[in-house]
Design a protein around this ligand. Structure first.
Ligand SMILES: C[C@@]1(CC(=O)O)c2cc3[nH]c(cc4nc(cc5[nH]c(cc(n2)[C@H]1CCC(=O)O)[C@@](C)(CC(=O)O)[C@@H]5CCC(=O)O)C(CC(=O)O)=C4CCC(=O)O)c(CCC(=O)O)c3CC(=O)O
Ligand SMILES: NC(=O)C1=CN([C@@H]2O[C@H](COP(=O)(O)OP(=O)(O)OC[C@H]3O[C@@H](n4cnc5c(N)ncnc54)[C@H](O)[C@@H]3O)[C@@H](O)[C@H]2O)C=CC1
Length: 244
């Protein structure tokens, strides 16, 4: 038996900073979804007859608003002024969740229904975050607990050093993008950087000192002086071995 409509999910990263999202339902599952939305910087409206103490505690934040009421489709229909980027139907009543999905779809909203993936326009993966590195695992609804288990294995394998590593790669990449005009040259430099064993420097506590020497050497590299690179002469990280 196949899960209807979920044979070819399209994975994407969504920017929810400052966006309004609606969660209907106030139990532990709704709470997990609200936490995920807040971690992504969304403003969250929660409508439910009852709320967990966790959700009530979140309402002390300015980006969470609670409405204690029974769901009514008119709430979604009247949401023209404040459009919702995402809607999550998370009550324990299948028929109520279906009504939420239909009302949200009629407004053109993307909707996720916690007990009916076949009515959903999106589902949520299990997530491992290390700063800018985000690793998501999904089974397309086949086995959410398997997604969680695999994410746990990744969580154990990828330590906090990845946050520092990604910040370093990101900063260096931005500098090179500003200073090296030739696209081929930039891409050559970015790919080459990945072969350095920065991770062990972070682990053994010598990264900060190394990074200072790296930044000085980088500023001195001839190809950072805004010269056009010759087509047949790609820039290299020749100074890397010298800084140790
Ligand atoms: C389709 C989807 C829609 C959606 O919610 O987006 C969905 C649907 C359903 N989940 C159910 C059950 C469970 N879900 C979890 C856990 C998670 N579920 C999540 C996502 C998804 N769950 C989407 C698919 C994701 C994918 O497959 O890739 C995670 C990954 C993300 C998150 O929720 O943020 C989060 C882990 C977070 C973490 O990493 O910790 C656990 C385990 C636990 O809670 O410990 C159980 C019990 C064990 C089990 O059933 O496996 C049921 C059956 C209810 C019933 O029958 O009673 C349905 C409905 C159905 O299957 O029809
Ligand atoms: N997608 C997922 O990750 C998972 C989904 N589920 C499904 O999620 C559902 C919800 O789980 P829990 O949070 O544990 O349920 P729960 O029973 O603890 O909470 C349900 C919430 O919905 C509210 N509610 C019920 N009817 C309402 C209405 N007409 N209007 C407004 N609010 C209403 C209740 O006040 C309560 O806050 C479960 O029934 C199950 O089918 C369960 C596990 C994981």
């Amino acid at each position: 038996m196949e899960l209807k409509n979920w044979q070819h999910p399209y994975p994407l990263m969504l920017n929810l900073s400052g966006r309004s999202c609606l969660v209907v339902g106030g139990g532990p599952i709704a709470e997990r979804k609200v936490r995920g939305l807040l971690a992504a910087g969304a403003n969250v409206t929660v409508i439910s007859e009852e709320f967990t103490t966790g959700i009530q505690a979140m309402a002390e934040r300015t980006d969470v608003v609670l409405y204690r009421q029974t769901f009514d489709a008119a709430i979604v229909q009247a949401s023209d002024k404040e459009r919702f980027t995402l809607v999550i139907a998370a009550t324990n009543q299948m028929d109520v969740n279906t009504q939420i999905a239909l009302a949200a779809q009629a407004q053109g909203y993307l909707v996720s229904v916690v007990d009916q993936p076949e009515l959903s326009s999106f589902i949520l993966p299990s997530v491992v975050r290390r700063g800018k590195l985000v690793i998501t695992v999904s089974t397309g609804g086949a086995s959410p607990s398997a997604a969680r288990k695999i994410a746990k294995e990744i969580d154990n394998a990828y330590g906090d050093e990845y946050e520092i590593y990604l910040d370093f790669l990101s900063e260096t990449r931005l500098l090179i993008q500003q200073r090296v005009a030739n696209k081929e040259a930039r891409q050559h430099l970015f790919k080459d950087m990945l072969s350095w064993d920065v991770m062990s420097l972070i682990r053994n506590g010598t990264f900060e000192g190394w990074k200072k020497k790296f930044e000085i050497a980088l500023q001195g590299a001839s190809w950072m002086q805004q010269q056009e690179t010759e087509e047949d002469e790609l820039p290299t990280w020749s100074f890397i071995d010298e800084i140790g």
